[in-house]
Design a protein around this ligand. Sequence first.
Ligand code: NAD
Length: 473
Amino acid sequence: ESGVTDSGTVTNSKPGSTNMADAVRKARDAFNRGVTKPVEWRRKQLKALKRLYEENRQAMVDALRQDLRRSKTEAILLEVDYLINDLSNTIHCLDEWIKPERPSKGFVNLLDDVVIHNDPYGVVLVIGAWNYPLQLLLLPMTGAIAAGNAVIVKPSEVAVACNKFIVETLPKYLDSDAVVVVEGGPQETTELLKEKFDYIFYTGSTSVGKIVYEAATKNLTPVTLELGGKSPVYIDNTVDIVVTAKRILWGKFINVGQTCIAPDYILCTKEVQAKFVEASKKVLKEWYGEDPQKSPDLCRIINLRHFTRLQAILDNSKDKIAVGGKYDAQDKYIEPTILVDVSPTDKAMEDEIFGPILPIVPIENAYEAIKFINEREHPLVLYVFSTQSNIQKLFNDQTRSGSISMNDTVMFYAVETLPFGGVGYSGMGAYHGKATFDTFTHKKSCLVKNFAVIGEKLASNRYPPYSDSKLNF
Ligand code: NAD
């Protein structure tokens, strides 16, 4: 049996079944009845979500441990508390964000109301990824609710425990007429994408992003695509190499590299490469001990398919391993690994690594690094480590990327006033903080005229009979 259950969850569909259509119909009906638009409803949902987070902190930590063997610290820092902070900010700012905007107006409209209304789009679809299975689904969902939409959420089936947690928990707290959870993998998502949505927010790979985009064009549905790619790091010889190593290695090895904004590869001179490797050895030993497999702080690879993909990179790079290189399929464990003297044609440089392998490609200088970056697709993030402001400016001026971050890696993601998103193959659109609310909001322009005599007189030159004198020509 498949269909929408009383709790608002849609069970896995069978081929050709109509339950995806049922889910969307249910959400659309709620939107059309005006359920989601009142600020009271939105606030109630957001507060219920806050309760969900507070009452299920341990359950969320447990689900992340099951899926990724995530440590409690990384689970709390990168997902649970991140979500709670974002939600608190949304609740705090809701009234301010919802308010109609009153832009400046010209002389002709002095007597008129010129307003921008923050309208919800309608029924929006949020599709999540498995690497941060809670945060990447619930953060956009929060913005969609705050903006007054009905929402269909589709967690990633790959993160099994988190998927189960969301399916079971969300309907207990939220209005399941208007926030509907659907389950499934590629086949079910393909079915789902045949439905008409008013907005689609997708997080995942660039290749599936293209499929989502194509499906959206059929109904001219606007999209946000939060995709991936190879985010480069440039390091010059002016930096504190130990601090640099710590900031890069933390960004790389949280979630064992399964992070869309993880540093993918490093560009630096051979001299910097040697210093970086030396510093990294010390840092990694300090963090994860002699045998990192025994450390409780390192996650595991999500599944065997991804493990095998990463193992193939290591097997192809045997002569270039400067640090790490071990793996254990039973444990889905890959040791934090640094590859040196990597050439642009090596396997490690083919696709986004999405695992704990960090290749270093030696270059001569900043200009060569910029050329290297510009010969490839625009990355999600570019990381520049240099104390020289002219070098920072050079990279900023001469490259394009979703974001750019100087002298640190993933921390920019937590600055809620910075919109986060890609450009080109790394995605389109952006969110976080108010940008999330704006993403799910249609800015509806509105002019309200009145019948005041003077206003009519001011604008009467538009009427026939036309003449040059009326034009001041
Ligand atoms: P994915 O594209 O395989 O899966 C993401 C979602 O798409 C899942 O919900 C999945 O069920 C669905 N899906 C998979 N195949 C599909 C198909 N053929 N048709 C329709 N839907 C389909 O991505 P992933 O493996 O979960 O995530 C890894 C990628 O996502 C990496 O490239 C990473 O950089 C990127 N990513 C980006 C961000 C970001 O915020 N920009 C965040 C996390 C991950």
